[in-house]
Design a protein around this ligand. Structure first.
Ligand SMILES: [Zn+2]
Length: 425
């Protein structure tokens, strides 16, 4: 029996064009998917777009389109980008897909039947940019940490998910499964957040305020709040509840996300799964930000790196190599075009290029351009053979642990050794 591997990217919110952060998450998922596939696993690789919420409605209005026309267009940008970056996803999920919407309603009903949903009035601090309520202690100087604007006080009745009920279970689960959230720093971040009492999660918006969403199956005057819609894509895309894909792939699920969405993925999502009677995912893999000009990249700051422009100039494999080699998975990295060029020159043109060029030259010069059968091997050859086999083991271990830059460094150590070693001629 084959082993399975299921990897997901976040579903990207379609209020802006794809940037390097989207490209990085998706390339990491692609690299893992190819690695497991080569290792003989049956793999499933999912990406997609998140298409509901009031930010979409206002973005659509700004571009003079209906929400549906707008999400079709922006979602299309993502779908046409991925093949150009050699992304090998098996499926592209959209939260406006009828199948996804059915699954969301199915899970809402199940959670509701489990007495985990209640109706209540709520007054809170709301950031319209984030489409969510903030607690006082989450604010920075009274402002949204992302938008640096003051949230507004909003009072309305809504449906709530009894997330607090699962707090102790979640803490135990994280402690008993060390790789559940990784790298370690993000596991610790979630555990430290869980030291405070967990609040219940508001999961609806009244239709008077937002129409562009999935109607609640138990109250047609409300639509589902974005996270209770978006997160469910990871199971709807593989056919939950009855699909074979779900049974086959969900037990091996690994999510790739950037650290800005740690809380929904590290806290809301496992609690939602538990309430719905679904086993939690295997791993939540969290990466840092690509900082451009020493600040978090954002469209408003005007330093967005467009992946395709770089690929046109430097080539796709060089671009992918740079992203995997220069970021320590989990930490922030500095992005600069100079850094990309330096990496290409040193690693690809110089180290790897020299090795390939020297090897080809020798094959032409000494063996008439035909690769000969291995001849007599001396001690140096044998040492090299053993080192290469060890490299394969080390590489596999590093890749499974998300140590992409170290896996590449290990290969480049060997390249360096072959370049400088006294081998034969
Ligand atoms: Zn905000």
């Amino acid at each position: 029996m084959n082993s399975q591997f299921y990897v997901t990217t976040p579903i990207y919110y379609v209020n802006a064009e794809p940037h390097i952060g989207h490209a990085y998450s998706t390339i990491v998922a692609d690299v893992l998917n190819r690695f497991y596939s080569l290792a003989g696993f049956e793999t499933f690789f999912l990406t997609g777009t998140d298409e509901h919420g009031d930010k979409i409605v206002s973005a659509a209005e700004n571009s003079g389109q209906t929400p549906k026309e707008y999400v079709d267009r922006i979602s299309g940008l993502f779908r046409t980008l991925w093949p150009k970056l050699n992304i090998s996803n098996n499926y592209f999920v959209r939260t406006t897909d009828p199948g996804h919407q059915d699954t969301v309603r199915f899970i809402l009903n199940r959670v509701n039947e489990n007495d985990d949903i209640y109706f209540s009035e709520y007054e809170g601090l709301y950031c319209f940019g984030c489409e969510r309520f903030y607690t006082e202690r989450e604010l920075v100087d009274g402002k949204c940490p992302d938008h640096r604007t003051e949230p507004e006080v909003i009072k309305e009745s809504n449906y709530f998910f009894r997330m607090s009920k699962y707090q102790d279970w979640l803490i135990d689960h994280i402690r008993q499964n060390p790789g559940f959230i990784r790298p370690e720093r993000y596991k610790n971040e979630v555990l430290s957040f869980l030291k405070e009492p967990l609040e219940d999660l508001c999961i609806s918006r009244p239709k008077s305020r937002l129409k562009w969403g999935i109607t609640l199956p138990f109250d047609e005057n409300f639509v589902t709040y974005v996270w209770f819609d978006a997160l469910i894509n990871y199971v709807s895309a593989v056919g939950y509840p009855d699909g074979e894909g779900f049974k086959q792939f969900w037990p091996s699920a690994q999510h790739i996300i950037a650290k800005d969405i740690l809380k929904p993925h590290g806290i809301y999502w496992p609690c939602m799964l538990k309430s719905a009677g679904i086993e939690p995912y295997q791993h939540l893999n969290v990466h840092g930000y690509w900082n451009v000009n020493e600040g978090k990249m954002s469209k408003s700051i005007g330093n967005v790196v467009r992946p395709l422009e770089l690929v046109d100039i430097y080539g796709l494999d060089a671009f992918r190599y740079f992203l995997m080699r220069d970021m320590v998975f989990g930490l922030d990295s500095e992005f600069s075009e100079e850094g990309l060029v330096a990496r290409i020159n040193a690693d690809l043109a110089n180290d790897l290029g020299n090795l390939v060029s020297r090897s080809l030259t020798m094959v032409c010069k000494y063996f008439k351009g035909e690769l000969p059968e291995p001849g007599h091997s001396d001690a140096a050859d044998e040492e090299l053979r053993i080192a290469t086999l060890e490299l394969v083991d080390r590489y596999e271990e590093l890749m499974k642990g998300l140590g992409f830059h170290k896996a590449l460094m290990a290969i480049w150590e060997m390249i360096g050794r072959l370049n400088t070693g006294q081998i034969g001629y």
